[in-house]
Design a protein around this ligand. Sequence first.
Ligand SMILES: Cc1ncc(COP(=O)(O)O)c(C=O)c1O
Length: 377
Amino acid sequence: MELFDVYPLFNVELYKGEGVFVIDKNGQRYLDLYGGHAVISIGHSHPHYVAAISSQIERIGFYSNSIQNPLQKELAKKLGEASGLNDFSLFLCNSGAEANENALKLASFKTGKTKVIAFKKAFHGRTSGAVGVTDNSKIIAPINEKKDVLFLELNDIQSVEAELQKGDVAAVIIEGIQGIGGIIVPSSEFMNGLRELCTRYNAVFIVDEIQSGYGRSGRFFAFQHANIVPDLVTVAKGMGNGFPMGGVLISPDFEAKSGMLGTTFGGNYLACAAGIAVLDVIKSQKLVANAEEIGNFLMSELAKIPEVKEVRGLGLMIGVEFEEDIADLRKKLLYEKKIFTGVSGSKVIRLLPPLNLRKENVVHFIEKLKESIAELA
Ligand SMILES: Cc1ncc(COP(=O)(O)O)c(C=O)c1O
């Protein structure tokens, strides 16, 4: 059998990971400034994380959500403390798309309505409801086309109010920082406006923190830069540092009813062990503060490069826009300078490194980036 060929692949085969580095099968080290799509939060193969998952699998790896699982409660408690959302409750699932799917369901259950407001360039995942609120017609199959989703301009609060006034909107969903759309930070006024309008017009305010959450922006959640509290927050990616897991953080206004949501694998022992270890390391190594400090340094160094058109982002979620197509630059960085970067569109390099990135890694990257730009000129 062959693989269903849907991914454009770089010709690199990794053998192991170590902190902010990955090492290929020939022993070549690469600086990882992409974290495998923003997934690696605490660094590759962190010893505490490896020990937690290893000792858990030695005891028991899985049982269904029909028995007491104290690890789920420990994870929820620690996530409440880390995020400050202590009075929220947690529903555990397996991926980002699934988290958004469940958030949309909760919004519809609560309001009895079906219409959703999303934003231009949004990405929320590939399952039915999540892809329906994703602004990319190429990945929406006819069966997932939703007539009751509106894509409005980011930061245009008037257009949001005009729709909400009609009274038929179940939810407004927005990324804490747009990731795949090119690292676009919604303004603080806009986030505050959405919060206020959703309350006024009885719509559920969902913030998708799947890429921007778990400390990446220099706060635990990116929406915390705007000092607001949403009704639902979705998480995945950095939550498990590579172990597949997701979650919905649910405000106390929602009442849980038996059987309302459910999953076979969500919240399994291994996922919980991974998720708890991630939160322990984020706390003990002060990774949220590190993301802010090193992110600011990285952004200020990038802004000094004349060929860079714009640097956007917060913390270690950074978009670097160039005038020219960056495909060759990324290839050079990867194959010659041994640095992984990400992309958004054709002109934006997306940097989503592990949150334990250090100043010396930034200095190395900036030197190699300048070299690469000069060599391609
Ligand atoms: C903002 C955002 N939401 C949702 C998703 C979907 O997550 P998953 O691929 O785990 O389903 C992603 C993935 O890139 C994302 O960046």
